[in-house]
Every structure is written in structure tokens, then in C-alpha cells.
Write a protein that binds this ligand. Structure first.
Ligand code: PEP
Length: 254
């Protein structure tokens, strides 16, 4: 049985004090509203401990926005999966389009990151999605198929069951151009078809697939009510308590 998830990707935003305020506001509001959706917040690395300190309240889980593809050692500036695990981080975004684009993260590196996450009991939130030119050229499914296959299909069934996928069309991220509920539903169904072919129908049915890309309090209900959309990966709107909580509530309503 799939449960809705709402994950907030704070990206490279907020001062330490602003992050502290946002976490406190979130805690208060989540405590009041008690949404049934699973809530995950993904602050920048230096603020993770602020968030994990509050995890025993069971109101949210904490994810990182990235991890190293290496295990440990002389990799200046990197943060390993084992370090995150030792801080009680539970999830990790892997393969976000901003990392693919600005940091040249390719399929091989992302496979290594997924392996690191799983080896250290972190849940990967693995992002896939096509650019606008790719969609306009009718290559959206081909691109997503390649990303899912290369990033995840080396996993065995037990490992794969621990992964969350986020379909994030690149053209919808931070642009205000949300995918229509039909476009999102169609791609989620396609991803499930790929999973069924590689694994089986049951695995496909049980895989959590989130939508991401300009999701906000206005469009969340429409998106989350679509068959096969299990919640959202939320960027900009996760920095505003009211917006984020409204999205969490809409995910909980379905
Ligand atoms: C994201 O960065 O994962 C994202 C979905 O961003 P936004 O909601 O701002 O489009």
C-alpha cells in the first residue's frame, strides 16, 4: 500500500537563523495539522543537524540534497552517505536536474550514489525528467527510460523496493510551468510500465513515484489526485510554511 510523501527541497537557500525559524514554524504547524502524508525536509548540509535534532517528534524526516559517489577518504568537499546516516538523515535526493546540469552528474556517477545511499540505509529520492527541447522532440519517454534504467535497474528487487522516484520535468522546475495532471500521470504510468518489465507488476505497483516541478498549493490537489502520483518533491514552495503545509494537507486528503 503506497502512502503519500511530500519532500521539501530547500536547495541553496536561507541563512542559519532563517532555517531555524522555518524548522520551528514547520514543527508547530505540523503538530497542529498532523497531515497523514509522510513529510521530509531536505535542508542544505550545514542545517541538517538542526532538523535531525527534532526528528524524534515524528513530524518529519530529514533528507540531504546530495551525497558523494565515494565511500570515504581524500575527497575534499564531499559528504558521504555514512556521515549522513550517522546524523540520522533518512533520505537523499539523487540525480536532481540541477546536479545533472551544473555539476555534470552522469548516469555512472548517479549509479554510484544510489549504491552508496542503499549501502548506508538511506532512501534515495531518485530524480528523472526531460528538458523542454526533449519533450518537444517527442523524446521525453526515451530520456526518462534511459535515466531510470541506468540509475536504478542494476538493483535487485529488494534494493529497488527501497527507492523513491521523483518525476521532475526539467522545464517545470522553478519556472511556474507545472506539468498538467495528465502529462504527469502519463509519465508516472510509463515509469511503472518500465518497472514492471524489469521487475514485475507487484514491484511496479508498490514503487513510490513523486511529481516535482512548480508544485504549489494551487495545483497540488489536482496533481496528487491522479492515479499513480504518490506526492511531490517541492522546491520553492517548501520555503514558505503556509504553502508547504497546504501541500502536505492536500497530499494527506487523497
Ligand atoms: C525541485 O527543485 O525539485 C523542484 C521541484 O523545484 P520547484 O518546486 O521550485 O519547481
Amino acid at each position: 500500500m503506497r502512502r503519500k510523501i511530500v519532500a521539501g527541497n530547500w536547495k541553496m537557500n536561507l541563512s542559519f537563523t532563517d532555517a531555524e525559524d522555518l524548522i520551528n514554524d514547520l514543527l508547530d504547524t505540523l503538530d497542529e495539522e498532523k497531515p497523514t502524508a509522510e513529510v521530509i525536509i531536505c535542508p542544505p548540509y550545514p542545517y541538517l543537524e538542526l532538523a535531525t535534532d527534532y526528528m524524534e517528534e515524528n513530524l518529519f524526516k530529514v533528507g540531504a540534497q546530495n551525497i558523494s559517489s565515494f565511500g570515504a577518504g581524500a575527497y575534499t568537499g564531499e559528504v558521504s552517505a555514512s556521515m549522513l546516516k550517522s546524523m540520522d538523515v533518512t533520505h537523499c535526493i539523487i540525480g536532481h536536474s540541477e546536479r545533472r546540469k551544473y555539476f555534470n552528474e552522469d548516469d555512472k556517477m548517479l549509479t554510484a550514489k544510489v549504491n552508496q545511499a542503499l549501502a548506508h540505509q538511506l532512501t534515495p529520492i531518485f530524480c528523472v525528467g526531460e528538458s523542454l527541447p526533449e519533450r518537444e522532440a517527442g523524446k521525453d519517454k526515451e530520456v526518462v527510460r534511459r535515466q531510470v534504467r541506468h540509475g536504478l535497474f542494476h538493483l535487485d528487487t529488494v534494493e529497488f523496493a527501497r527507492v523513491v522516484i521523483a518525476y521532475e520535468p526539467v522545464w517545470a522546475i522553478g519556472t511556474g510551468m507545472t506539468a498538467t495532471p495528465e502529462q504527469a500521470k502519463d509519465m508516472h504510468a510509463y515509469i511503472r510500465t518500465l518497472i514492471a518489465e524489469r521487475y514485475d507488476e507487484k514491484v511496479a505497483e508498490e514503487t513510490m513515484i513523486l511529481y516535482g516541478g512548480s508544485c504549489n498549493s494551487e495545483n497540488a490537489a489536482d496533481l496528487f489526485s491522479q492515479e499513480g502520483i504518490d506526492g511531490g518533491l517541492i522546491g520553492g514552495a517548501s520555503l514558505k510554511v503556509d504553502e508547504f503545509i497546504s501541500i502536505c494537507k492536500q497530499a494527506s486528503a487523497k
